[in-house]
Design a protein around this ligand. Structure first.
Ligand SMILES: [Zn+2]
Length: 113
């Protein structure tokens, strides 16, 4: 960002403003140590078979799939203007899709064939 552009739009310029850090030297700061609480995924349960799988590594969550199905006007499943959400493990998803009379579409998402 050029200095003339900054001046034109009225941002702070000159010695008080450090463009590299975005800090204004006229502002005073102190370091504050805070405890942060985050949610960490610890287990996933399949709606179909009820299997509860404890998550121990990054790839564990890939063994489950979350679905959300919205029904528009006139829908009989999940219902008129209703949303159904569920989670299936890979085994249950495979059981369901293997019963399809017409195969589901499957593509590679990693860019490799
Ligand atoms: Zn399952």
């Amino acid at each position: 960002m050029s200095k003339s552009f900054v001046t034109r739009i009225g941002l702070e310029t000159g010695k008080n403003f450090d463009f590299r850090t975005g800090n204004n030297k006229m502002h005073e700061y102190k370091k504050v140590k805070r405890e942060i609480t985050e949610l960490e995924l610890v287990a996933i349960t399949c709606n179909s078979c009820g299997t509860r799988h404890v998550i121990t590594d990054f790839f564990d969550k890939n063994k489950f799939h979350d679905f959300s199905v919205e029904g528009g006007y006139g829908s009989t499943c999940p219902g008129d203007m209703k949303t159904m959400s569920f989670t299936l493990c890979c085994d249950c998803l495979n059981d369901i899709t293997s019963k399809f009379k017409v195969s589901a579409t499957s593509t590679n998402t990693d860019g490799f064939d």
